[in-house]
Design a protein around this ligand. Sequence first.
Ligand SMILES: Nc1nc2c(ncn2[C@@H]2O[C@H](COP(=O)(O)OP(=O)(O)OP(=O)(O)O)[C@@H](O)[C@H]2O)c(=O)[nH]1
Length: 331
Amino acid sequence: MNFSQTLPLNIALIIMLLPLIAVGFYYIKLRNSEELWKFALEGAGDGVWDWDISNDKAYFSDRYKEMLGFNNEEVDNNIKEWNNRVHPDDAASLDQAVSDYLSGKTEKYIHEHRVICKDRSIKWVLSRGMIVKRDKHGKPLRMIGTHTDITARKLLETRLENLAHFDALANVPNRTLFNDRLKLALSYAKREKKMLAVMFIDLDLFKEINDLYGHETGDIVLKKVSRQLVSCVRESDTVARMGGDEFVILLPIIDEIEDVKLVASKIVEAVAQPIKVAKTHLHITCSIGIAVYPQHGKDEKLLVINADMAMYQAKNSGKNQAKFFEEAMLN
Ligand SMILES: Nc1nc2c(ncn2[C@@H]2O[C@H](COP(=O)(O)OP(=O)(O)OP(=O)(O)O)[C@@H](O)[C@H]2O)c(=O)[nH]1
């Protein structure tokens, strides 16, 4: 059916032009340039905020609220309410970034932080903003800005970081992260004149597990041993896998050598517990070498080398035991 044949021409024209007329009205409504930029920013997928600093009122765009799972009517345009949605661990650094910008200490306001959504899930946002109005003394009166959802990028970064620093099989830090943490702990121990300990752990006759039960079973044993090691130490300590059946543990602050002995015996005992894989109970033990800062080495390399050497002495003395490094081991 031909449209113009059934309707008078002027009505048909009006109907066809309706979308354009609607857009025209919309733009008249948006003639105020502020609304235009807000509209443009929203179109780019960012949430927009507009903060009246002097009376702490704030405008948050629909997209901003939607990002956090709220309807337009569900939240007030009140800066305090929105500040409460910032993850507690990021609140201080956000406050700092805003006050540094407002005081002129920094030239730009740009900050990445976590926000808590309506459903209590966490999102990462990139917040950017600028001062758009000052009083005659230069005091900031109004700031506008955007929030961009960067959760996907943050997740990817975390995953890449995990790949670079964690051992995927044992789910503990790898050699690289261990070395970083040892370096940090060592500089603290030097400054504060404290002791720290490095334990080098090697499973005894692990090759037999692989040979008798297969590599997959060997992997399960490594995972379970790793978990056992983690359970024997404090959260502030680091258990890492160096590769193969070798693990290291960093005890970053120790008061007495006796404390290290206790941890080592606990580990020897825990690893010797039977490990259940399918219906079989496997038995494995470990040998541990220990080097303590400052008496057994003053830098991170030497501490690890000496702990390794002490571990070989533990193996040579019958396995399933821990030994502290001694100078005599060098002969
Ligand atoms: N299942 C499994 N095995 C591994 C992995 N990485 C290394 N291995 C094996 O672990 C074994 C390590 O054996 P060694 O430490 O050399 O010797 P051991 O049998 O433990 O004997 P001692 O150290 O002298 O007590 C080797 O057979 C390696 O092939 C891994 O990721 N998974």
